[in-house]
Design a protein around this ligand. Structure first.
Ligand code: BDP
Length: 681
């Protein structure tokens, strides 16, 4: 096994009670022929064939014989007789209902769209491949978030920005790839976890990527769109704000210039002629050397509205990223603070964006560190559509060489109470659009896949991709539940194996956090590639990411009283909690405060002892991960076992390097010895 099937391997089940229960349903009835319904039928047939060992029959009618009946309401008599009006009206545009009729030995899957059918089919397959009982089903599911999007950071030369699993599956040598089968398999993985949108090129758009908008490339982009369409996934492109200059022959990209507006209108018409259901543009502007409206003294509202106007006639949207900050700041000017930037840039523009613009905000104010507070911009603009951006690719969390199951981190973010409209204003209610009644909203995340055989490099990193989709579908799902689903589908149902891997996934984030940068301060990585420890790597750099360690103490004073004032971007109780060194939670202490090494945490330990302890324990726990995995030898496919074993061995070694570098650094800075007298170099 190489892991290519991921969670869609559909392991054969052994003869027995469950087999007999499932085997009854060896006939599918369906009357519709639309593209997505056809996808659903082929997925269901394929899945059942694999689970039971024989292909089900597909027929137009099945009255009187056991079957799985699928259809949109009003098109399949069995579906229609199964679901009453109450159920039908409870099923939204992408939702579905499933009900088992034990007497007639039938399972009906009803929906109001092809996508709903497809999600219903994947839901049933998930139940079967996790060993659930399926003859008493009666459920309705609707996705909580409207947009459930994946952002590829693929470059057209075949490389992937922050990719840790090989090269692009979309491009090679400045052309679109011919391996459409692999792209289809990716679409299957995404749709089965609930994803409905994808942007297929890096947010850093260079000259060649801009060419995706031209006649030379559009027909090939349309081929991708067709594949994704048959899985209910809309295609988006990242664009370069200076495209009118780069590929349009204009001398300006000023959003208020009539020629520029006209150029984008024409471009939109061309794109929609090739892809009638094109999703829209994703834009990184005025950020990290990317062009944008600032060049022309215009702001982000001017910039995004101009594009939104061009897309509006076709129902397209502009997703405008808020990752905007000064990456050339003077490190000697210690009053500037990168954490403040997104809020400072965007907050005052609230109300000025067209209703087909969505602001995409990273989950934290900095950049996908292992621990950050939640971005105070999310929820701070009540008249603006917002979506949240997560990073599945493990840029700062071990680059898929270390194990780091990220769903628990995202759950904390989603559950965070912002007080934006008083109590009950959690992040998940802002990004699902319910708090402010937004027209558009949802989730986006940077993908972690490449052309490695198992998609994600580290096999266990597949759980992050799967889990992201499941969480975007329903943020109420528990991190453990999602992990367990993934494990059972991927490895089968051996209980010891399930418990062991579940335990490993659930503690992995805390392990990674414990041997890397302490107490929320972040950034102790090597500049540029961001792998491995380098305590001062960014300390005197223009990127604005500091820890301010000296011989007295460490941490960034972001208080209103004496620091950068970042804490004041939070509301009410959150501001109070972060502003005061007494109430600030330990895990974020150094993000908000500069404290002496002898400062005592809520845990009762001093900061310096906390650093020593967590680093010793973290390296130790990484070693145990390896041992736990070793205990599974023989209870799974050998190839899969080996893949992970070698990654965990590397992690255990590397965790020691982190431990030693960080402990030694702080021992020398502080001169304070470890209370337990362990060896520090
Ligand atoms: C950072 C990455 C950089 C991305 C940037 C972004 O280091 O490669 O281009 O985020 O999100 O995390 O635009």
């Amino acid at each position: 096994g190489d892991g290519y099937q991921a969670w869609l391997g559909f392991h054969r089940i052994a003869p027995g009670e469950l087999y007999d229960q499932y085997a009854v349903y060896n006939r599918i009835t369906v009357t519709e022929k639309d593209d997505i319904v056809r996808t659903a039928i082929s997925e269901l047939s394929r899945g059942i064939a694999s689970i039971l060992g024989n292909e089900p029959e597909v027929a137009e009618s099945g009255v009187g014989v056991p079957c799985i009946a699928i259809g949109t309401f009003g098109s399949n008599p069995i579906v229609d007789r199964t679901f009453g009006n109450d159920t039908r009206s409870a099923v939204g545009p992408e939702g579905f209902a499933i009900k088992s009729d034990k007497d007639n030995r039938c399972i009906a899957i009803g929906a109001s769209s092809g996508s709903g059918i497809l999600y219903g089919v994947f839901h049933l397959l998930r139940l079967m491949s996790t060993g659930a009982t399926i003859d008493k089903l009666d459920l309705v599911e609707n996705p909580v978030n409207m947009l459930r999007m994946i952002n590829q950071w693929d470059n057209i030369d075949g490389s992937i920005e922050r990719g840790y699993a090989g090269k692009s599956i979309f491009y090679a040598n400045n052309r679109i790839t011919g391996d459409l089968e692999r792209v289809r398999d990716y679409a299957r993985l995404l749709a089965s976890s609930g994803i409905n949108a994808i942007s297929i090129n890096n947010v850093n758009v260079h000259k060649y990527e801009s060419m995706l908008l031209t006649q030379e490339y559009l027909p090939d982009v349309a081929k991708f769109a067709a594949i994704f369409r048959s899985y209910g996934i809309k295609l988006f492109l990242s664009i370069n704000y200076a495209s009118p200059l780069e590929i349009g022959g204009l001398s300006t990209a000023d959003p208020l210039d009539p020629a520029v507006r006209e150029w984008w209108r024409g471009k939109a018409a061309e794109v929609y002629a090739a892809i009638p259901d094109f999703g829209g543009f994703l834009v990184k502007a005025d950020s990290e050397n990317r062009p944008g409206p600032f060049t022309y003294d215009r702001d982000h509202a001017d910039g995004s509205n101009m594009l939104a106007e061009a897309l509006k006639p076709y129902g397209g949207i502009v997703i405008w990223r808020c990752f905007v900050y000064n990456c050339k700041q003077d490190w000697r000017d210690r009053t500037t603070d990168r954490a403040r930037a997104a809020y400072d840039h965007f907050k005052l523009l609230d109300g000025r964006f067209m209703d087909n613009v969505i602001l995409q905000v990273k989950n934290g104010p900095m950049d996908f560190q292992v621990r950050e507070p939640v971005s105070p911009l999310i929820g701070a603009m009540e008249a603006t559509n917002q979506m949240i951006e997560f990073q599945i690719t493990q840029e700062y969390t071990g680059q898929q060489r270390h194990l780091c199951y990220l769903i628990p981190q995202w759950k904390e973010v989603l559950d965070f109470e912002t007080y934006a409209k008083g109590e009950g204003s959690s992040i998940k209610r802002i990004v699902d659009g319910s708090l402010y009644g937004n027209r558009f909203s949802g989730f986006a995340a940077v993908s972690n896949i490449g052309n490695d055989a198992n998609w994600t490099g580290h096999l266990l990193a597949q759980a992050n991709l799967y889990g992201y989709g499941r969480l975007a579908w329903n943020p109420e799902l528990a991190a453990e539940g999602i992990a367990e689903e993934w494990i059972r589908q991927t490895f089968g149902g051996n209980e010891k194996l399930v418990r062991t891997i579940l335990g490993m996934l659930m503690e992995s984030w805390s392990i990674y956090e414990s041997y890397t940068a302490p107490l929320g301060v972040g950034w102790m990585v090597n500049p540029d590639h961001h792998y491995g420890p380098n305590v001062d790597g960014y300390e005197y750099s223009k990127w604005g990411t500091y820890h301010f360690a000296d011989c007295y103490g460490i941490g960034v004073d972001r208080t209103q009283a004496s620091g950068t004032g970042y804490a004041a971007q939070y509301r009410g109780a959150n501001y109070d909690r972060y502003e005061s060194v007494e109430s600030c939670p330990d895990e974020l202490l150094l993000f908000f405060h500069h404290v002496p090494y002898a400062h005592v945490l809520h845990s009762g330990k001093t900061v310096i002892q906390h650093i020593y302890d967590t680093h010793f324990e973290g390296a130790e726990r990484a070693e145990q991960l390896k041992a736990k995995w070793d205990s599974l030898t023989g209870s799974m496919d050998e190839g899969l076992h080996k893949q992970v074993a070698s990654r965990l061995a590397e992690q255990a070694e590397h965790a020691k390097e982190w431990r030693d570098m960080i402990n030694t650094y702080f021992y020398r800075k502080s001169g304070i010895a470890d209370q337990l007298g362990r060896k520090i170099y």
